[in-house]
Design a protein around this ligand. Structure first.
Ligand code: ADP
Ligand code: MG
Length: 214
């Protein structure tokens, strides 16, 4: 299938909301449909951004200040956008990112009580104004997310060690972001079975693809 431009889609939600699971379902379908796509995860995706990721997630870095953390996320993203996302979109690729700037607004802004307007300006600076065409926000209660994570085998990182209150503030932040960006952000009830969630997601995704088909 040929597209007349690239498409930038981001997946957002607290840990345990099911982003990775839904990405697996979507990318399986994209492969079948022979669509040109690129899957990214934040922070990371370039050599520099992966080096920054290590610093951000290292459990030994207990002394990291909230400001340092914010700027490191922004720096990793700035590099990713310039080096990977912009060129891929210019080549009419579907770029899908597991987290993007809404994570910074939700976690650092709402979760850590830093100035949300400033963070949004910083996000714009880091991405040179690039916005996702579509964002899927997977909404789930903190309790349900934590229940799911208890069964997960991945190692806990520095950010996973945060308190339940931090997660609640982050979720509330995501809900604000969804409310303020109704044209971009699609709120998905993520407490359902994976297949049910995916049905909703795929419908919206296909509509987005239809809008850029040649
Ligand atoms: N809809 C769902 N219902 C129940 N469990 C789920 C669902 N989606 C994902 N899970 C499980 O919950 C855990 C977290 O899901 P994951 O996709 O890794 O979330 P995230 O990437 O948002 O942190 C995993 O063990 C996963 O298998
Ligand atoms: Mg994940």
């Amino acid at each position: 299938m040929v597209l007349n431009r690239g498409l930038f889609i981001t997946f957002e939600g607290i840990d345990g909301s099911g982003k990775t699971r839904q990405l697996e379902l979507l990318t399986a379908d994209l492969k079948k449909a022979d669509l040109k796509y690129l899957l990214l995860r934040e922070p990371g995706g370039t050599s520099i951004s992966e080096q920054i990721r290590k610093i951000l997630l290292d459990r030994k870095n207990t002394e990291m200040s909230a400001e340092t953390e914010l700027l490191l996320f922004a720096a990793a993203r700035a590099q990713l956008v310039k080096q990977i996302v912009e060129p891929a979109l210019a080549a009419k690729t579907i770029v899908i990112s597991d987290r993007f700037f809404d994570s910074t607004t939700a976690y650092q802004g709402y979760g850590r009580n830093m100035n949300v307007d400033f963070i949004q300006n910083l996000n714009d600076f880091a991405t040179q104004g690039l916005q996702p065409d579509l964002t899927f926000y997977f909404d789930i209660s903190v309790e349900a997310a934590l229940n799911r994570l208890q069964n997960r085998t991945e190692k806990t990182d520095r950010i996973d060690l945060e308190s339940q209150i931090f997660m609640e503030k982050t979720r509330a932040g995501y809900l604000q972001i969804a409310e303020r960006n109704p044209d971009r952000v699609i709120l998905i009830d993520a407490e359902r079975a994976p297949e049910e969630i995916y049905k909703d997601l795929k419908l919206q995704f296909d509509q987005a693809i239809d809008s850029v088909k040649c």
